[in-house]
Design a protein around this ligand. Structure first.
Ligand code: B12
Length: 141
């Protein structure tokens, strides 16, 4: 297991929050951008805890998965927290992104959370070994 957080004696870590582009129809109809509230809710407490936190919002510019993977690999975060609005159709995209990132960032802890992973954590961990941890329920807690 890779160390994450300060409770195990680690110094503050570099955390990268990444929102993926949402291809589902409900994301495209409005013609406006909504901030990734789940990731923002998690990022605030991490900042308060003294960690360095950065957010890449791939939904803002509709960034392709391979380009997001390049950005993540360049940032080489200690922990990568990818997210979406918790919906089922976003999960395969997160899986594709993290599969691209894993070999390029072997030391990065990949931590998933949100509504879908909260319920389907066992299936995801079994079929997608690139994830190190799944946070169930409210991520800030
Ligand atoms: C706002 C919203 C949207 C917005 C999202 C905007 C954005 N930029 O995030 C828009 C309009 C784009 C949207 C689109 C869609 N949505 Co929507 N949406 C919601 C809604 C109303 C609120 C989500 C939210 O922001 N909650 C507030 C935040 C703070 O809570 P949260 O996301 O749950 O995050 C917390 C935890 O889950 C966790 N967490 C979340 N992410 C992460 C990440 C990490 C790393 C960690 C550690 C923790 C963590 O910590 C957070 C703080 O406690 C929910 C219903 C609901 N009440 O939750 C539906 C909901 C998530 N949507 C749903 C659906 C179906 C869709 C669409 C598929 C609709 C469509 N047919 O196109 C698309 C899919 C988009 C996609 N690919 O993900 C369903 C999902 C059901 C499912 N199993 O798939 C929901 C549950 C509504 C419902 N009951 O049907 N949606």
């Amino acid at each position: 297991m890779r160390p994450v957080g300060r409770e195990n004696g680690c110094a503050a870590v570099n955390i990268l929050l990444v929102n993926i582009a949402h291809p589902a129809i409900g994301s495209r109809l409005a013609g406006e951008h909504l901030p990734p509230l789940g990731l923002l809710a998690v990022g605030g407490p991490l900042l308060d805890a003294g960690h360095s936190v950065r957010l890449i919002d791939g939904d803002h510019d509709n960034t392709p998965v391979y380009a997001l993977a390049d950005e993540i690999a360049a940032a080489r975060p200690d922990a990568l927290l990818p997210g979406h609005s918790g919906s089922t159709p976003a999960q395969p995209i997160l899986d594709e992104l993290t599969r691209l990132v894993r070999p390029r960032c072997p030391e990065t802890s990949i931590v998933l959370g949100g509504v879908f992973p909260t319920f389907h954590w066992a299936d995801i961990l079994r079929s997608q070994p690139q994830y190190d941890y799944i946070v169930r329920g409210e991520g800030e807690a």
